[in-house]
Design a protein around this ligand. Structure first.
Ligand code: DQA
Length: 145
């Protein structure tokens, strides 16, 4: 099993940006958690972060025919990007959406998730632990396919 974990804009600033919302752990800690989880589960993983919408679209397209599943935190692009939604639909790779904060309890403009419309499941409000949950959920889903 070979998965791609995508993180959108400003997630490279974890630990610095709004720690009350996103916690004190930095991006390196997130990468470590994902790598450790995947190693324990026997999953091959590529981890990608970009602040650019088109780069995320390119990465999703590159995954076509190569990756079995995607875990994606599109960050602010969650609420704006039809292009990322269309890319996920184009490749038809099972994807799980993750948000560190509980977006359902935040501003009105965060209540729409475009990418989420192409995802089999969403985890939110669990901090970095949500990534572990998302990977385990995706693994279980792919094994049942
Ligand atoms: C986020 C929530 C988004 O609304 C926000 O723009 C982010 C991070 C989260 O992980 O909680 O950058 O995706």
């Amino acid at each position: 099993m070979n998965i791609l974990v995508i993180n959108g804009p400003n997630l490279n600033m974890l630990g610095i940006r709004e720690p009350d919302l996103y916690g004190k752990a930095d991006y390196a800690a997130l990468v470590q958690l994902v790598e450790e989880t995947c190693a324990q589960e026997g999953i091959e993983v590529e981890i990608f972060q970009s602040n650019h919408e088109g780069a995320i679209v390119d990465k999703i397209q590159e995954a076509y025919g190569k990756k079995d599943g995607i875990v994606i935190n599109p960050a602010a692009y969650t609420h704006t990007s039809v292009a990322i939604l269309d890319a996920l639909k184009a490749v038809s790779i099972p994807a799980v959406e993750i948000h560190i904060s509980d977006v359902s309890q935040r501003e009105d403009f965060r209540q729409i998730s475009y990418a989420g419309k192409a995802c089999i499941k969403t985890f939110m409000g669990l901090g970095l632990e949500g990534y572990r949950q998302a990977i385990l959920y995706l693994k279980d889903y792919l094994e049942k396919q």
